[in-house]
Ligand binder design. Sequence first.
Ligand SMILES: [Zn+2]
Length: 546
Amino acid sequence: MNHQRIANWAPIGAAVLVGWIGIEAQKPPRALGLDAPATAFSAGRAQKHLARIAQAPHPMGSAEAEKVRAYLVTQLKELGLEPSIQTPYSSENPARNVLARIRGTGPPGRKALLLSAHYDSVAAGPGAGDNASGVAVILEAVRALLAGPPPVRDVIVLFDDGEEIDFGGSIAFTREHAWNNDVGVVLNFDARGNSGPSVMFETSDDNGWLITQYAQAVSHPLATSLSMDVYKAMPNDTDLTVYKQANLAGLNFAFGAGVAAYHSPHDIPAAMDPDTLQHQGQNALQCLRWFTALDLEKPHAPGVTYFSLFSRFVVAYPMTFVLPLALATAALYGLVAAWLVVRGSTLREILAGAGLLFLAQLAALAILTSAYMIMQGINITRSSFNQEPFHFSHHDLLILSVASTLAGLATISIYRRLGGMSDWTALCAGAWLWWVVLGCILAAIAPGSSYFFVWPSVFGLCGLAASRKLGETSLRARGAAFLGSLPALILVLPLLRTMFDSLGLGMAAPIVGLAVLFTAAILPLVSKGRVSQIAGLPASTLTAAP
Ligand SMILES: [Zn+2]
């Protein structure tokens, strides 16, 4: 292999590797069986609870719900606790909460940790994921906690009723139960599917302290402030909404893959992924141990934007940094563009680069529309893009993967063909304009999501400038382009994968649109070289970039 071929392919190979590692890292940990140590969380043990709870649909007020309640009372007694049933004051509210309290070894009168999961299901299905999983996870995590040294702070266990109908259970707890005043922090467990990793997808406001603690508590953190903005735009709510309205500080955990089963007859115990249960349970137990050792009197601190990397680290910084950072990125963009113009690029080429990305988005829409017409023709799915109600099918993953890949290839092809003899670096700089503008708009309207566009832009622009200085197609230049593309690879690819699973075809247009944006971010990896290098040579003698 000659040097140029290595220079062409090595950074692409490295990019594929980093992307693959990022996607693999967010898979849930392997489930532990019945033989796991007593102090560990075991998905195998939790699954036994889950199978009992999700035998049949058990909506609020049903005879099945009564059976589930009796099972929960028995299980809490077996753990050595004294369960009680909360009946709301109003006879109009049929919710029946199941509660228990673990006394901590610390001084009395200090704030307690609330573990909360709703035990009712929808009438349409048995609710294995939503939310027998949350209840089973708490039962097994409390068992594992009590098998070790006792907690310092009190733990309140709340299995609430009626979440699927009107949040009657959690509302009754916050308004009427005496223990509500003792709560310092709440951890809520819920689900929107039956597989995938456990995501800490929502916090209460002023979350600086909570995020710092969460980052230290769990071994497999998976969280981003972006999910809060996405979640706000969706019609769903959970009990944490009720707790937040009651001014409680808290974290919300859920998994969202396998969403085809959500609120359907297919949400059965056999379909529940044990690895997912393990991840949700590990998060529960690790947070349970961590937070009960802390002082929970002051759980509020100024808000932060945050994101996990490789399910190992959590990056967090104050929300007040978001707007200045976005504006600084815009300034950096101006500098790089000016520097390129000084070095011989034209403003026209940069704007052409931005325009080509618009064309690429149109091409992606055309690909999606044809895919949809083909699917209708062969009757794979009756769903339509971006229309309520969402219809998830098991074909979603395949269709979205193929459509996103085709859209990415179309993007590269549009830049390489329509870009003609233009300066490649200038075209790439034009593509970055979209990223920078999106980062600035989001900093103003959805600040928790701005980082997602800002960090890839900062690194990408620096990588682009370095690559230009080093000659674009040399190994060192491509190495610089690769380093510049790292945040895009690490942040965007795992999120795209998550979107395939948890949003499905109903959100195909934004998903494929993001795939196009991502491709634009890695264009420097497939540079054709500069006009000045190739002037006077026929196009076919260009270095054979892939
Ligand atoms: Zn639920």
